[in-house]
Design a protein around this ligand. Structure first.
Ligand code: ADP
Length: 433
């Protein structure tokens, strides 16, 4: 077995109609290659592949299932003109993003038959995701037999939440019977950016209270106390919490029953309404894309302005409630496509929080740096905008778990115990151009 920090790990994110991959060399945390197989299951699929040196290729293909998608990933990694390996054996391990670990998994695990059964059991909690994650695992089992595989769960980081934070106010029997509780998602991202903020603050995470906001198409926040997620805004499903691109976030549950009655909707239609036609899109009537919301707002569109206000007001409310939940806050981190790139959203979400010790420096907030402190020097709470790196966390967890399986005394990792799964050296991550 190779030394753990010499491993090369293939990270896979297998969705319903796409497979994303990154091939990471852990020696220097370089992304050797990354890409996307889009439109899996259709005859007009597209393979996009990019190598560390900027070489890019786009191939039209017919990728009808995940088995074929993985074949393409391997073929392009091995390809003479665009590849980065000469033999499949150079892939030391495969790390999979798995969406729902339910209550079965509070940290990443080496995949075996039992783990696959447990992921299968959690399909009822994530019917749109876990089946595809499993297909990815099975495809690797077929094409790379003998290569260790690790599952890294979106829910794991939140599994240490106390019951008073994860229970809903419905009969307890329903929790026992159907596992209805808050799980939370984006765990790998909340873990990564909270660790990174602690590193940048130069303080042990065990001593810090951090609020993290992952704002992409899906949006969620977490209260990370001492490195442990003690509360998070997404719930039983990713629909709860913040306003999102097309999801409503928090709403009075009675509204659903009311709309179903008034509009004569089926449950499937109500599901589509709340997940696909709500959020920024629903309020603006224009778009789910924050860039367009902001440009429309600046052009005087009132609906876009309302959507922006609801979006940022809700973030502010969660900051306040998580500061209360933790009895204080030392740092706030913005990440995800919106959190990393929108000074307007960051400024508006923090406006009026001076009483909490939060003050934003306009110039720093507008800086082009990727990793930055955006609070003023006098702000008691440090506010950051940091790029997330879920793939790196998956690769590091995979390395640690594969290594631990061959040397059983190795240390613990990112599943909510507050410890880094390996040193996150973000400044060295080369995202292939
Ligand atoms: P996903 O959740 O699908 O991974 P991303 O994290 O890439 O998505 O986030 C997508 C969102 O980020 C979109 O709403 C997009 O408009 C927004 N975004 C990207 N760049 C900017 C920017 N410069 N300003 C405002 N919003 C941005």
């Amino acid at each position: 077995m190779k030394k753990k920090d010499e491993m090369k790990v293939l990270v896979l994110n297998s969705g319903s109609s796409s497979v994303k991959y990154q091939f990471i060399d852990l020696k220097d945390q370089t992304v050797l290659a990354k890409g996307l197989i889009d439109r899996v299951g259709m005859s007009d699929s597209v393979v996009t592949h990019e190598r560390y040196d900027g070489d890019k290729v786009k191939i039209s293909a017919e990728v009808l299932d995940h088995q074929t998608a993985i074949e393409y990933v391997l073929a392009v990694l091995l390809s003479k003109n665009h590849g980065v390996i000469k033999d499949k054996s150079e892939i030391d391990a495969v790390g999979h993003r798995v969406v729902h670990g339910g209550e079965s998994f509070s940290e990443s695990v080496l995949i075996d038959e039992k783990v696959m059964d447990d992921v299968r059991e959690n399909i009822e909690l994530a019917p749109l995701h876990n089946p595809h994650n499993l297909r990815g695992i099975q495809a690797v089992l077929k094409h790379l037999p003998g290569t260790p595989q690790v599952a890294v769960f979106d829910t794991a980081f939140h599994q240490k939440m106390p019951p008073y934070a994860f229970l809903y106010g419905i009969p307890y029997l329903l929790y026992r019977r159907y596992k209805i509780r808050r799980y939370g998602f984006h765990g790998t991202s909340h873990f990564y950016v909270s660790q990174r903020a602690a590193e940048l603050l130069g303080k042990p995470i065990e001593k810090l209270k951090i609020i993290t906001a992952h704002l992409g198409n899906g949006c969620s926040m977490a209260a990370v106390n001492g490195g442990v997620s003690v509360d998070t805004s997404m719930g039983f499903t990713p629909l709860e919490g913040l306003l999102m691109g097309t999801r409503s976030g928090d709403l009075d549950p009675q509204i659903i029953l009311h709309i179903v009655g008034r509009e004569g909707l089926s449950l499937a239609e109500a599901n589509t309404l709340l997940n696909k036609h709500s959020g920024l899109l629903g309020i603006s009537g224009l778009t789910s894309d924050m860039r367009e919301i902001i440009s429309e707002k600046k052009a005087g569109n009132k609906q876009a302005e309302l959507a922006f206000e609801v979006f940022t007001y809700r973030i502010k409310k969660y900051i306040g409630s998580y500061a209360a939940a933790m009895g204080g806050v030392d740092a706030i981190v913005f990440t995800g496509g919106i959190g990393e790139n929108s000074p307007d959203v960051r400024a508006e979400s923090c406006k009026g929080l001076e009483f909490l010790g939060v003050s934003i420096d306009a110039e720093k907030n507008n800086s082009a740096d990727k990793e930055k402190v955006i609070s003023s020097d006098s702000s008691r709470v440090k506010v950051f905008a940091l790029p997330t790196n879920e793939e790196l966390v998956i690769a590091l967890d995979t390395m640690r778990i594969v290594d631990a399986a061959s040397h059983p005394s190795s240390a613990a990792g990112h599943g909510g115990d507050g410890k880094a799964s390996g040193e996150v050296r973000n400044e060295k991550v080369d995202s292939a151009g």
